[in-house]
Design a protein around this ligand. Structure first.
Ligand code: FAD
Length: 435
């Protein structure tokens, strides 16, 4: 994008006010589609209906505030080149200060609190890895890396990262790999093509070992992005059908035209020839399950109802132009990625200790990875403004994940996927050298 295109307001397409839009999925993708239909395409908000399976919007970017603490499944490592996201945010007034946009609010937050990591990799129970900034590689590997970033995508299709670099490659022991893969949740058997895209996007633009250039919103994504968009869309007259799970689309034989939207246990919504149906395809959170301090998050093996993936599977079964959803669905046991969110109340000393150990003020350090952790645990320590009511409740929060939920922990001798929240926290404390 550039100024010439960005600030040009195209005329609304002829007849747009006669069309309706049905958007399936209330994550950031569905919400963005609604905003762009209204603001760029000139569709009246009242012509748009958004269908959401749960009673809350945001999907991956959702977050909840409760009596016992907060739930926040994801954390976003943003960067300045996410053009669609920032374009979207530039259109939406901030909830806390409607005189500025969500984009303005985010830029200010990053100027006030830029991310700079002093302890990207920790090892030996709380020590900074001495080679974290040492990206030296053998000349052969350097050449291979250079080639990797420019090789045409078609040559990387159906190839894993370890197919490209070699299973025992020194690459997988390099600081570059440690910083890169733990930040972006890559495992050696993941797609080389995806890895190349992410390398070109994140890997070489930012100083990965300091996480410089990584951006954040003022608060969590729900409060800073999803809620303001929701309010803006409501003000425009968009209809939100919550607790409404779509499970299939009625289409013509060639799968070019949608006639109806099938809602689980309810009616089929008729779609007219001039209307639009925008289906989002689901994400890693779509079939997530939750645990708590004393309960394990049960692995969801339901193959009957996989939310948006079921809709996608139904379409793909009819026509191969819809792609191959099984690429994302067929390896449950290989992909036990898990996240956790910790709320600590009335105990600021704990976070002060973490600040001392990591060398970064809470909210500015970005991701920290425990290299010795069997689960490959990583953390992000937030400041006290991550949730609006945090300060008054004297709460501190951090988010964490384990890339290898199927492996045995270093302190807790079980796979992370079989652990309660309390056990996960014990493992974390061990790696901080506190147990
Ligand atoms: C922990 C974590 C960290 C991440 N970090 C980053 C990052 O650093 N940078 C980055 O760019 N991206 C990151 N992502 C990815 C990014 O957040 C997602 O790609 C994005 O939010 C997906 O948005 P979406 O709207 O496509 O899907 P989702 O957010 O999954 O939304 C889909 C919505 O559809 C609803 N739904 C499901 N089934 C149905 C149905 N049958 N009918 C109707 N509605 C249905 C769901 O309830 C949900 O609300 C991360 C994701 C996670 C989980």
């Amino acid at each position: 994008m550039n100024i010439y295109n960005l600030f040009y307001k195209a005329p609304a397409p002829e007849g747009i006010e006669e069309r309706n839009a049905h958007i399936i999925g209330g994550g950031i993708a569905g919400l963005a589609a609604a905003v762009f239909l209204i603001d760029d395409a000139g569709m009246p908000g009242k012509n748009i209906t958004l269908y959401e399976k749960r009673n809350s919007l945001g999907g991956c970017c959702d977050a909840y505030s409760g009596e016992a603490g907060y739930i926040c499944p994801g954390e976003r490592e943003l960067e300045p080149f996410m053009e669609c996201l920032w374009y979207l945010c530039s259109k939406i007034p901030s909830l806390e200060d409607p005189s500025i946009s969500v984009l303005d609010e985010s830029v200010r937050a990053n100027k006030d609190m830029p991310i700079h990591s002093e302890s990207r990799l920790l090892c030996k129970q709380g020590h900074i890895y001495e080679k974290v900034h040492d990206y030296r590689m053998s000349p052969e590997l350097l050449l291979k890396m250079e080639h990797f970033t420019s090789i045409p995508e078609k040559d990387l299709e159906d190839m894993t990262i370890e197919d490209y670099f070699g299973k025992d490659s020194e690459f997988f022991h390099s600081s570059l790999w440690w910083c890169y893969h733990s930040m972006l949740a890559f495992k050696p058997y993941h797609s080389a093509l995806e890895a190349q895209r992410y390398f070109n996007r994140f890997g070489l633009l930012n100083r990965l070992d300091y996480l410089e250039g990584i951006l954040h919103t003022k608060r969590n994504d729900k409060d800073s992005v999803i809620k303001p968009i929701h309010k803006w869309l409501e003000d425009q007259g968009v209809t939100f059908r919550m607790d409404t799970a779509v499970y299939d689309l009625e289409m013509d034989e060639a799968c070019n035209t949608v006639y109806g939207i099938k809602i689980k246990n309810q009616e089929t919504i008729p779609v007219r020839a001039q209307d639009y149906v925008l289906l989002t395809s689901g994400s890693m959170m779509t079939n997530a399950s939750y645990g708590d301090n004393t309960h394990i998050a049960e692995i969801n093996r339901d193959t009957e109802d996989m939310g948006l993936f079921t809709v996608w599977k139904n379409l793909a079964a009819r026509n191969k132009k819809f792609g191959n959803p099984d690429k994302f669905l067929s390896h449950i046991d290989k992909t036990k990625w898990m996240s956790f969110f910790l709320t600590v109340e009335d105990y600021p000393e704990f976070f002060e200790r973490l600040e001392k150990m990591t060398g970064s003020k809470s909210g500015t350090g970005g991701g920290i990875t425990f290299m010795d952790s069997g689960w490959e645990m990583s953390l992000v320590i937030y400041d006290r403004d991550y949730f609006p009511d945090q300060r008054e409740k004297n709460r501190d929060v951090l988010w964490g994940d384990g890339l290898f939920g199927e492996r045995i922990g270093s302190y807790i001798k079980k796979p992370m996927a079989e652990c309660t929240g309390n056990e996960i926290i014990e493992e974390m404390l061990y790696h901080f050298g506190m147990l």
